[in-house]
Design a protein around this ligand. Structure first.
Ligand SMILES: [Zn+2]
Length: 227
């Protein structure tokens, strides 16, 4: 038998199985040379877009209502700290600190002004407002609970102490009555609908607004008008 020339044999093998690596994808084409991008002037920092927050609404009544799009009072601010009336310590838990934006604004403003008039004084303690969506804030949330505080219009503010220390007054004789009266006056001036005060403290104001109520010898309770 005649020998097939080697060149023909190789050609036949290549025709059947293909050259080595024929199944591999072709190597990537070399990227064409790109000229350096033109130098751009630095982009100015964009002005932050204001976050549009839906207005908060007090729905229903302070003792049968709810809170829509409430705001949370910061854990502390100029002139105030928050107080957890159940755990009896600073600060208050976040879910107990919700109110309408107007209530949060007014509390912050009144207590900052009070602090400016009482340099070096301990921060005033702010207790409960409402729950994040308002509603029942009764005994199942601790202590004797609140009959009201349901629609973001109520807030408890503890009287300053006579000895100037931070903390709540355990007895009426520990209350700084002058300071307490100035707080009452300040909340009356900003248009509070009610300021409930302790029967033992002889705090006063317009009788339709400032009223004595049991369980208020260590704090005043401010209620704003609904909007
Ligand atoms: Zn209250």
């Amino acid at each position: 038998m005649r020998l097939v020339p080697v060149a023909i044999l190789v050609a036949l093998v290549l025709a059947v199985v293909g050259p080595r690596g024929a199944d591999r994808p072709p190597p990537p084409a070399r990227a064409p040379a790109v000229s350096a991008p033109p130098r751009l002037a630095p982009t100015p920092t964009p002005t932050p877009t204001p976050i549009l927050r839906r207005p908060s609404r007090a729905v229903g009544l302070p003792w049968a209502g709810r809170l829509v799009h409430g705001r949370r009072l910061p854990v502390r601010g100029p002139g105030y700290a928050t107080w957890d009336p159940i755990r009896k310590r600073v600060p208050n838990r976040a879910w107990r600190r919700w109110g309408t934006s107007r209530l949060v604004r007014i509390v912050s403003r009144v207590l900052a002004e009070y602090a400016r008039g009482h340099r070096g004084a301990a921060p005033v303690l702010v207790g409960d407002l409402s729950r994040p969506r308002g509603g029942d804030f009764g005994p199942r949330y601790g202590g004797i609970g609140h009959a009201s505080h349901q629609n973001g219009l109520d807030v408890d503010v503890y009287y300053p102490r006579r000895d100037g220390r931070r903390g709540i007054a355990r007895r009426p004789d520990q209350v700084d009555r002058d300071g307490a009266q100035r707080l009452v006056d300040a909340f009356v001036r900003v248009g509070a609908q009610k300021v409930f005060v302790g029967p033992s403290l002889a705090l006063h104001g317009p009788p339709r607004v400032v009223q004595a109520l049991v369980h208020h010898d260590d704090h005043l309770h401010v209620r704003l008008r609904g909007t």
